[in-house]
Ligand binder design. Structure first.
Ligand code: FES
Ligand SMILES: [Fe+2]
Length: 404
């Protein structure tokens, strides 16, 4: 249970003070930032809903009428490709009596192709663009305008093939926020890639435990000592200078691994894994590029694929995670593609299980009254950057502005 002195206001003040320390003095956030439902609600409103959150990749919506339903911060949403071929995000809340038109209780698929949406309650129908098409027996409702009563459209943006939403509608344009991020990943042509592997995880930990674990590589020497540490030792990882909207880290391979790749590239040899991304500079092939688009767009580049983790925070101590691998269209045509998928799915699950274990252990530790404020290594600079991003949003909240 969270101590009563941990009011949301006190937690916000603590986070703002903590993030103002220089990296050499950095420490972890107060445990209440990971446990308090009151603070989580504040974060939903002022950090998560105020930012851009990734919900889909265009390859998941391959044709007109393709849709994908998901719940994000208690908002039932559907991402859909309309008759004009544009991808939109609509609210699934029926404007009649508020039924979630694709709720799991109706046993409709989360992802499918349709020509229109039909509310199962009173059979109102909506187009792929959310426009109401039919509402029977409403002719005696005074002033009922048949041209109104559409599904609400949520503010969205497609960036390098990824579909993002901004729930409060007030964030600055995504293309501006992620401009430099987009330049860094452009050689991968992610808009042309396709989701090849998708694994779903129910997580009993706070969303920040997940993004902190994602973006720091100090833990290679513990959690991944027999896997990632072997090729990408923690001590060699480094972080680009701070940006307001994203974090970019480099995970260089050991010199012997890098030399093998340089030789293979120079001699045109095939390497294990998927078909390599065409035209990648060799310097980008001898490391993994690790990114966090604030607040929770987790993205990783490799020589033959990218990884994308979609995070749906649910409560202070729960979130849902989808871990996805995207490959090029050429990779899908390779003769050994099916065998590679089997091997890579196992590899991904194995190293991700190592992360799931430590994240679960951290949340369990945070529940203890013996959890102290830890100090951060210089290798955890990205964790400090996350604190600073969150604090920048908390500083802008109306309650604090009024108090100042
Ligand atoms: S609630 Fe959807 S048609 Fe009535
Ligand atoms: Fe990890």
């Amino acid at each position: 249970m969270t101590p009563s002195r941990d009011t949301t206001e006190a937690i916000c003040a603590d986070i703002i003070a903590t993030s103002a320390r220089p990296l050499a003095q950095a420490q972890t956030l107060p445990r209440a930032a990971y446990l308090s439902e009151g603070y989580f609600a504040h974060e939903v409103e002022h950090v998560l809903s105020a930012s851009w959150m990734c919900v889909a990749h265009v390859s998941q919506l391959p044709q007109i009428g393709s849709y994908l339903a998901l719940d994000l911060l208690n908002e039932p949403l559907v991402v859909v490709r309309g008759n004009d071929n544009a991808v939109r995000v609509l609210s699934r809340v029926c404007p009649h009596r508020a039924a979630d038109i694709l709720h799991s209780c109706f046993e409709t698929p989360e992802q499918a192709v349709t020509t229109r949406f039909l509310c199962p309650y009173h059979a109102w129908a909506f187009s792929l663009e959310g426009k109401k098409l039919a509402s029977m027996h409403m002719d005696k409702a005074e002033g009922f305008d048949k041209g109104e009563w559409n599904l609400s459209e949520i503010r969205s943006a497609v960036w390098h093939g990824f579909v993002f939403v901004n729930l409060d509608g007030k964030a600055s344009p995504l293309a501006e926020q992620y401009a430099k991020f987009g330049e860094a990943i452009s050689p991968w042509s992610t808009a042309e890639m396709e989701v090849a592997i998708s694994l779903e995880w129910e997580c009993d930990f706070n969303w920040k435990v997940m993004v902190e674990n994602w973006i720091e590589s100090y833990h290679h020497m513990g959690a991944h000592v027999q896997t990632l540490q072997v090729t990408m030792p923690a001590r060699s990882t480094w972080t680009e200078p701070e940006q307001p909207s994203f974090i970019h880290c480099h995970l260089p391979f050991r010199p012997s691994n890098a030399a093998e790749i340089r030789t293979a590239v120079a001699e045109g040899q095939t390497m294990p894994g998927f078909t390599a991304i065409a035209g990648l500079p060799v310097e980008r092939q001898v490391e993994w590029g690790l990114y966090l688009g604030h607040p929770c767009f987790m993205f990783l580049t490799m020589r033959d694929r990218v990884l994308w983790y979609r995070l749906q925070p649910i409560s202070a101590e729960r979130c849902k995670l989808l871990t996805m691998t995207l490959v090029s269209k050429e990779a899908k045509l390779a003769p050994d593609y099916d065998a590679t998928i089997v091997a890579e799915t196992k590899m991904l699950a194995d190293f991700h299980l190592e992360d799931m274990a430590v994240n679960t252990a951290v949340q369990a530790g945070l529940r203890s009254r013996h959890a102290v404020r830890g100090r951060l290594s210089h290798l955890e600079e990205p964790v400090w950057m996350i604190q600073r991003f969150i604090a920048s949003h908390l500083q802008q909240t109306p309650s604090r502005q009024a108090a100042e």
